[in-house]
Design a protein around this ligand. Structure first.
Ligand code: ATP
Length: 297
């Protein structure tokens, strides 16, 4: 499989502190991939290494099987953690300028800028200075800056943080379009619940180590134990003592619990009925945030 962006066995230390430990994952072309982990997990450091801003101590990053070079990275779109916009420049001048830096003709840069600003609902503000914009709108300008040269690959550090729900949808639409056109789109977030909603694939990092990499469905089915919800008339605390049951949540007569492999859910239902009426009983699908609780701690 060569049509992927591949991070292979990347390690990095700052002083005697190792912040990336043998990090490997793939970002597939045509997919939105969420890169999730708590603050300090190593997302920004990984992305900086992917973009060549920072060197790895070991390992490498390849695109379509080729080790990244400065020329290859010119065809990438990058949204860094530190948002480096020129506060006094107008939005339109700024994006056109960045397009020109990537080798676009003045015409092409202007066309692409106009189109992007329209898509991002910034068309009417194109002549305003960046510093006059709200932070959410500055963030949209930053997205335009990453996309203006029609990049082959997108690597975005927290593109959705600080956006209201409407803006999230607008930005998501623009990024999905790029993915549909064949680009791999990697974006980081410290909110697994948000990412789960927005992406096709996930890479989960905790404490500098990759915990999981795959599609949403794969991760759900490979990590989740069968989970059930039960509602009875009286306190459901007795579930705690049932073999094979791990209580996830108990609220008086309502309980959510996982079942160990080999435990029959119908045995639990019978045990509940033996104690009184059962109002509801059924399987529930845990969210990835619930499966990987530690990511958000
Ligand atoms: N230049 C540096 N010098 C020393 N330590 C660093 C440097 N850059 C990052 N670190 C440390 O490396 C670890 C990983 O940081 P990184 O910024 O990659 O995490 P992150 O997952 O992006 O977190 P956040 O969501 O907070 O941005 C942190 O403990 C951080 O303090």
């Amino acid at each position: 499989m060569t049509n992927v962006l591949q991070v292979e066995a990347v390690s990095r230390s700052f002083g005697d502190r190792q912040v990336l430990k043998d990090v490997s994952f793939t970002v597939r072309a045509g997919r939105m991939t969420g890169f999730v982990g708590a603050n300090g997990a190593g997302k920004t450091t990984t992305m900086r290494i992917m973009l060549g801003v920072l060197a790895a101590d070991a390992g490498e990053v390849t695109w379509q099987g080729t080790k990244l070079t400065r020329e290859l990275r010119q065809r990438f779109g990058y949204m860094p953690e530190e948002r480096g916009l020129y506060p006094k420049m107008t939005i339109v001048d700024q994006i056109v300028y960045l397009g020109r830096l990537h080798g676009m003709s003045a015409d092409a840069a202007r066309r692409s800028t106009t189109d992007l600003l329209e898509r991002l609902n910034l068309g009417e503000r194109a002549g305003e200075q960046v510093e006059k914009l709200s932070l959410g709108n500055q963030q949209r300008v930053q997205i335009a800056a990453a996309l203006v040269h029609d990049p082959e690959v997108l690597v975005l550090d927290e593109p959705f943080s600080g956006l209201d729900p409407l803006a999230v949808d607008v930005v998501l639409g623009v990024l999905r379009e790029r993915a549909a056109a064949g680009a791999p789109v990697l974006f980081s977030s410290h909110q697994l619940d948000v990412v789960e909603r927005l992406c096709d694939d996930l890479v989960i990092i905790a404490d500098g180590t990759i915990r999981a990499n795959g599609s949403r469905q794969e991760l759900r089915s490979s990590y989740a134990l069968p989970r059930f919800a039960l509602e009875v008339d009286t306190d459901a605390g007795w579930l705690r003592d049932e073999a094979g049951v791990t209580l996830i949540d108990l609220d008086g007569p309502r309980a959510v619990f996982d079942l160990a492999p080999g435990t029959d859910d119908q045995d639990i239902l019978r045990a509940a009925l033996a104690r009184g009426p059962v109002r509801s009983f059924g399987a529930v699908t845990p969210s990835l945030a619930e499966i990987f609780r530690e990511v958000n701690q």
